[in-house]
Design a binder for this molecule. Structure first.
Ligand code: ZN
Ligand code: ZN
Length: 136
């Protein structure tokens, strides 16, 4: 079984208003240091992603979407404030914040992107590739 294959993984926000199960292959995690991720997560973002058709939504009653640009929207919980989703409009995939999963996530971090946005209070792991843009 590949390390990034996780079946039937429960994901939920802090208050439980957003709950889902992933039922497919999760991409390894990408850390994004762009300004928009910084401002919505309060830190860099760590996202895995999956085909949206492989997500079973169990509760979305507190889910709100913020259109952060003409190309993308971000899903968050309107009660507990959790930043959970990133979605390119028109994409079949949805990004999910990796910290929403429970151990063992069986996920690995594959890269750091938009590293020009990195702030000075943390260091990047020199073993993880760095890119100035989004690279799959
Ligand atoms: Zn919540
Ligand atoms: Zn970003």
């Amino acid at each position: 079984m590949p390390h990034n294959y996780t079946n039937n993984k429960l994901v939920q926000c802090l208050c439980g208003g957003i709950k889902l199960k992933t039922k497919g292959k999760l991409r390894p995690v990408i850390n994004c240091h762009c300004l928009q991720c910084m401002k919505t997560h309060g830190n860099y973002a760590s996202y895995t992603n999956i085909l949206e058709s492989e997500v079973q939504f169990l509760s979305t009653k507190t889910l709100k979407w913020f259109f952060s640009s003409k190309k993308a929207k971000r899903g968050f919980c309107s009660v507990c404030g959790a930043s959970i989703f990133f979605k390119h409009l028109g994409s079949k995939k949805i990004s999910i914040s990796a910290g929403m999963f429970k151990n063992p996530t069986n996920l690995k971090t594959q890269s750091n992107i938009y590293i020009k946005g990195k702030l000075d209070y943390y260091k990047l792991d020199s073993k993880i590739p760095k890119y100035s843009k989004y690279i799959k």
